[in-house]
Design a binder for this molecule. Sequence first.
Ligand code: FES
Length: 111
Amino acid sequence: MRIYLCNVGDVPSGQGRRILLPGGDSLALFHTSSGIRAVKNRCPHAGARLDDGILRKDKLTCIWHGWQFNLESGKCINQENARLTLLPLCIEGQNIYLLQPDGDEAHDCSS
Ligand code: FES
């Protein structure tokens, strides 16, 4: 299953965007120097919204206490055991979708 999130043009290069999901959760989309990345919108340290963070190339800095994350790997740069989980995306044309497993079948962009 895939969920439409927004248009590529809605996430300008070097910026983040909050996307509300059904049920009230949100995710953060970032247009890094390597492409569009998505993570849960909660910092693993103390729960700050990550879409408010500062993005430089593919490095995100949380504005509450300065933890930094590599958005290619999800690894926290200054806290060894912390990380972000990168959420699977599909970009088809200008549309960005969140991929979610349904049943045992994994879907790709063409499904
Ligand atoms: S809540 Fe993000 S660094 Fe503390």
